[in-house]
Design a protein around this ligand. Structure first.
Ligand code: AMP
Length: 310
């Protein structure tokens, strides 16, 4: 099974209380692809500038990720600059430079057309929609977004939401999009905008899914909610990419399974937590680059122990 992901491939400048990094490889599609690559085949649609090196591309290739859909353009790659000095759970965006993404017109390579799963990672909703329209026959569409697009590009985002089966979104942004402080009511309102399932990420406090049972291909579930934990860590070095790594583990696991049952969905939430927990242990993509499948399996067991009581 293959996942096609469109989203930012970027350079990030990050500061946390553990130090800082200048223009390290990042971007929502990058974190997503690296995490999902441990579970299934991944193909990327994005645009980068002349500053994107062969070494940067090797990071994807070493994980077997298909990079044919990463277009090279004149100019600089997307650049995001963020700080976690005030709050470790929420990035303070210092700068967003769209650069080559401003004039990007995504073209999907022929070889990508048989992808069964589509992930619309965080990027301009106009681009998310263009990719969605070129992939009408996918089995499942999952997407992500952030405050930058909710506040400034809501009408376009609403068009994307109508196309989604699953929306992954962080806690604060779910309340912002749903127009209420109450999380459950916010999630219900977001579901009314399109997605059958809304997975709300709470950073160090785990994630909660709100769903209608029609999301499952077989099986049913007693409640229309599910909560998964996050792993308490003694050191969070850099939270950048945790949400996208969660998405990669979550969706990668779903794509690796023959059916979307309630059990698969719940395990996927745990795998999301596992990948997010690794991501924050080092700066940028460093930790995920050195991961092995054995590390993932071991941490999944820890997650099971964390919340098992029978
Ligand atoms: P997160 O998983 O939420 O920590 O996502 C962090 C990644 O999102 C960083 O690597 C950034 O390059 C990327 N990013 C930040 N702002 C935007 C934006 N407005 N659109 C797309 N990607 C972004």
């Amino acid at each position: 099974m293959s996942i096609l992901v469109v989203g930012s491939v970027a350079f990030d400048t990050i500061e946390t209380k553990h130090g800082s990094r200048e223009k390290c490889l990042g971007g929502a599609a990058t974190y997503f692809a690296l995490a999902a690559s441990f579970f299934t085949d991944v193909r990327v649609i994005a645009v980068v500038g002349q500053d994107f090196t062969t070494e940067n591309e090797e990071v994807f290739k070493r994980r077997g990720i298909d990079t044919h859909g990463i277009e090279r353009s004149h100019g600089h790659s997307f650049h995001w600059s963020g700080s976690y000095l005030q709050d470790l759970n929420e990035a303070q965006t210092l700068k967003t430079e769209l650069n080559v993404f401003q004039h990007f017109n995504p073209k999907i390579p022929k070889a990508y057309m048989d992808s069964e799963y589509l992930f619309l990672a965080n990027i301009d909703p106009v681009l998310q929609l263009r990719v969605r329209q070129q992939m009408p026959n996918v089995k499942l569409v999952c997407g992500d977004t952030m405050n930058y697009w909710i506040t400034g590009h809501l009408a376009n985002l609403e068009e994307v939401l109508r196309e989604l089966d699953v929306l992954l979104i962080n806690d604060k942004e779910a309340r912002m999009l749903g127009g209420t402080d109450n999380l459950m009511r916010a999630a219900t309102r977001v579901q009314e905008m399109g997605p059958s399932a809304v997975v709300v990420k709470h950073g160090e406090y785990g994630a909660t899914a709100f769903f209608t049972r029609s999301i499952f291909t077989t099986g049913t579930h007693a409640t229309e909610m599910f909560h998964s934990p996050a792993l308490p860590l003694s050191d969070v070095v850099d939270p950048t990419g945790a949400g996208d790594s969660f998405a990669g583990g979550f969706y990668g696991y779903i794509a690796s399974q023959p059916e979307l049952t309630p059990d698969v969905f719940k395990r996927a939430m745990f795998y999301g937590g596992v990948m997010g927990s690794f991501c924050v242990e080092q700066f940028g993509t460093e930790r995920v680059q050195s991961l092995t499948r054995a590390d993932i399996d071991q941490r999944f067991k820890t997650f099971e122990e964390l919340s098992h009581f029978a």
